[in-house]
Ligand binder design. Structure first.
Ligand code: ADP
Length: 219
């Protein structure tokens, strides 16, 4: 069981790449952005609290995000039966003749989290209580010009409430100010590996898979 953080600026391709890796390596994919959007869509009290914050492009409070992560960890590693989605995916893998991992405790890929140094510290705390640890942080590096180009391209086709000109600028500011320090935090701990994410989706995916083969080799 390995726990991996996929790090990158808005537009770096974290979500896309995390989904591809989760499918290929049977990882649990925890995206705080998706979890928060689900809460908003379901109209829960948490969703109502974060809706405006997300629409402005601000970061949601660390405690809220941590509570979602903690809930997701409990759901995924407590030894409860695999949920329907997992079962369906396993079935597809069996039909495709792929090897199915035996272990009950899955490896996890975090996408969009931790996004502040405090979240990174809180994750350590949560992990230590669960006897877990972080194995690697993979940063997908993309130049600022390319990030801006991609987010605008996505904004033209997405129906995400936070994909508009002003919010995009603000999300990038939030990233520079609050999220970039997370990189230094992990650099110091020796967990950080960086890959070039400026090319096509498939190119970045190939690089990530080489890395994942290495990281998961002693599973
Ligand atoms: P992107 O990477 O394109 O910004 P995400 O789906 O990761 O997209 O995040 C969308 C929004 O959700 C963020 O702008 C922020 O408001 C909120 N959010 C997601 N993850 C976190 C987090 N770990 N901490 C705080 N806010 C978050």
């Amino acid at each position: 069981m390995k726990n991996i953080v996929l790090y990158g600026a808005p537009g770096a391709g974290k979500g896309t790449q995390a989904s591809l890796l989760a499918e290929k390596y049977h990882l649990v994919h925890l995206s705080t952005g998706d979890m928060l959007r689900q809460e908003v869509a379901a109209g829960t009290s948490l969703g109502q609290r974060v809706k405006d914050i997300m629409e402005r492009g601000d970061l949601v409070g660390d405690e809220i995000v941590l509570s979602l992560i903690d809930k997701a960890l409990t759901a995924n590693i407590s030894g409860e039966p695999l949920d329907e989605w997992d079962e369906e995916r396993r079935q597809r893998a069996i039909e495709a003749g792929e090897q199915i991992p035996e272990r009950r405790i899955p490896s996890i890929i975090f996408d969009g989290f931790p996004r502040t140094v405090q979240q990174a510290q809180m994750l350590e705390f949560v992990f230590s209580h669960r006897n877990m640890r972080l194995d690697r942080v993979i940063s997908i590096d993309v130049s600022r010009e390319e990030l801006i180009r991609r987010i605008h391209e996505r904004a033209a086709i997405s129906n995400r409430a936070d994909d508009n000109e002003e919010t995009i600028r603000h999300r990038l500011e939030e990233y520079e100010e609050k999220t970039r320090p997370v990189l230094d935090y992990y650099k110091v701990s020796g967990l950080l590996v960086s890959i070039d994410g400026g090319g096509e989706i498939s190119e970045t995916n190939t690089r990530l898979c080489q890395l994942m083969d290495y990281i998961l080799r002693d599973e």
